[in-house]
Design a protein around this ligand. Structure first.
Ligand code: MRU
Length: 361
């Protein structure tokens, strides 16, 4: 089944509502940068590359709205702001960029996509707002298509690392749902199966938002890829029993020295993998590497609502009055990473030199 996490349909952006999966499969519609930012913040769309693609469409939608290029879809545009006054257009666009940049802090793909859209905007800034809007929309389409191509290239490199029959553990959801399609870590699994390898997946449940139980398990079941769900605290036991051959996860940001930020709990899995001599791979498009950040210490870690830890949806189980922490990501030091799987190849034992060499900077 082809999962279209985001799609452009009838002059609007549609995104699968990942908060309600797998109980329900529904698309929500987006017309403005502000609503896309809210969709990112509230986790309708999540996963680093998917957030980047959504942000790119958010910019394009704002340009369309401000240039009045889609008149029927501009409910929030007051009459006096209609038309193509350049100053107003520029002001509105800056607001759009600002609200999108503030939606989630850790995934660098968000900022990468915004920077790319800004460059395109600057390159056509002297044109009329409707033309600028069309150019930005074309760029958002290109970012989406490119993401799928990159995932497939990464998948091929990663699949070569897995032996036939491998039992592979993953954490969170780095699948089609976390990207424009195919996935990063789950893309490696899809590519391995496509290459004829009989692999099976062990999905960590991934407390507190349950991306593993809800999204990874759903995706693998849809694909008929054998998958077994475990709670996060079972990983060490399975490794000790010799039931895990490799770990493949995704990432939200990789520092220049190879330190990897990913969903909370990933660091724990990496430590366990090292203890049991199990290779720990990170599927990582080059857009997720942030050369401006020297080490993982400087990667901003999002703190989310305590409600996510207190319980799930309407069910509350934590004692009233207890203090709660909810850091949504952690950092795995580069020394625990066996290899970064990128679209250009695998960087074994990643360090600053290996990363710069592959990125040719
Ligand atoms: C290909 S996605 C890689 C990461 O973004 C993924 O592993 C992850 O941590 C997602 O976190 P989320 O909070 O669900 O956005």
């Amino acid at each position: 089944m082809k999962v279209e996490t985001l799609r452009w349909f009838n002059n609007r952006l549609e995104m699968i509502d990942q908060r309600i999966l797998p109980a329900a499969f529904e698309y929500l519609s987006y017309y403005t940068a502000h609503s896309v930012a809210e969709g990112i913040r509230s986790m309708v769309v999540r996963g680093a590359p998917a957030i980047g693609v959504a942000a790119a469409y958010g910019v394009a939608l704002e340009a369309l709205r401000l240039s009045n290029a889609t008149p029927s879809l501009t409910p929030a545009l007051s009459p006096e702001r209609r038309g193509s006054d350049a100053a107003e257009f520029n002001k509105g666009m800056e607001e759009g960029f600002k609200v999108l940049a503030a939606s989630r802090p850790t995934a660098v793909n968000l900022f990468w996509a915004l920077q790319r859209m800004r460059k395109v905007w600057e390159s056509v800034a002297t044109q009329t707002p409707p033309r600028i809007a069309q150019r930005l929309l074309a760029e958002a389409h290109e970012i989406l298509a490119e993401d799928i191509r990159i995932n497939k290239a990464m998948g091929a490199h990663g699949a070569a690392l897995l032996k036939d029959g491998a039992r592979v553990l993953t954490h969170c959801n780095a699948g089609a749902l976390a990207t424009a399609g195919w996935g990063t870590a789950l893309g490696v699994f899809r590519s391995a199966v496509e290459a004829g390898k009989k692999i099976s997946v062990i999905a960590d449940e991934t407390r507190p938002f349950l991306q593993g139980a809800r999204l990874t398990a759903w995706e693998m079941v849809q694909e008929n890829i054998p998958v077994t769900l475990i709670t996060d605290n079972m990983a060490g036991h399975l490794m000790a029993q010799g039931e895990v051959d490799a770990v493949v996860v995704g990432t939200d940001r990789v520092a220049a020295n190879g330190d990897v930020a990913n969903k909370i709990g990933t660091y724990m899995v990496a430590v366990l993998a090292r203890r049991h001599n199990i290779p720990f791979y990170v599927a990582c498009p080059l857009s997720t590497i942030d050369l401006s950040i020297a080490t993982g210490k400087d990667i901003p870690i999002e703190e989310r609502s305590e409600d996510e830890v207190k319980g799930f949806r309407d069910c509350r189980w934590a004692a009233e009055g207890v203090k709660i922490r909810n850091p949504a990501f952690d950092v795995t030091p580069a020394e625990l990473v066996t290899g970064l799987i990128t679209e250009k190849g695998v960087i074994l034992q990643p360090d600053a030199q290996g990363i710069r060499k592959l990125m040719q900077v």
